[in-house]
Design a protein around this ligand. Sequence first.
Ligand code: ADP
Length: 269
Amino acid sequence: MLSEVTVSALTVGRARAAAVSIEDRSGHEETELMRRDFVANVSHELRTPLTALMGFIETLRGPAKNDPVAHDRFLAIMEREAGRMNRLIGELLSLSRVEQEERRRPLERVELAALLRAAITTLSPAADAAGVSLEQFGTDQQVTVPGDSDQLVQVFHNLIENALKYGGGGGLVSVSLERIEHEPVLRGPAWAVTVADRGEGIEARHLPRLTERFYRVDSHRSREQGGTGLGLAIVKHIVNRHRGRMKIESKRGEGSRFIVLLPESAGRS
Ligand code: ADP
């Protein structure tokens, strides 16, 4: 889909702060060029682990045939690469499901705070393991919005997981839920879910492209972390389906904030 992105970069002291707001204006239009690009990207992303797997199979059959130490090491790498292919396929399916459900399933009223708590609970062990304190604010409220529960949990899961993966170095990730009486772009009352980290932050030039499929700031690091480059593309699609909006704010050296704005009631755009 074509999306309109507005970027504003401001200078705060000596550090640069940047914010980007992403909204989809063009509905279902997708150019042929983007489709072709997507197919090329998918093929490349699948071929990389597959080539590694084939190389190791060959080595295990040949030079490393009688070397049990090499066997263990190579099998572990093969398992990791197979896991990466599996995650990639899972996320591709998830992306196509969101696109299909956009047309099929109507939104219902869902308990927003409960969905947020569910995502936090699932990721608490990962936060503990990474030594990150995962804090929450405002998630004890009773809030209902028009939504798709599975998809909203996925949005929160992806954003919190990213904050832990890429911003966890700051030791603190916070998730907050607050009401906005009048959200100008959504033209009415909205709920804002903010996932903030105190990590390294993201350079302003990357912000407008973060939600593109397969876009990564540091592809080596993303791969090391098991990333597929599809997480934020899925988030953007789901938020669009909810007629919401996502904002990304980041300051190098201070951390990032991903804000999802969801309309309080249906019928707003
Ligand atoms: P991935 O599967 O690579 O994590 P995503 O679409 O979820 O893909 O994210 C795209 C890229 O955005 C990541 O590769 C990472 O470089 C960057 N990113 C996402 N969240 C953060 C964050 N909280 N802090 C810093 N960089 C981030």
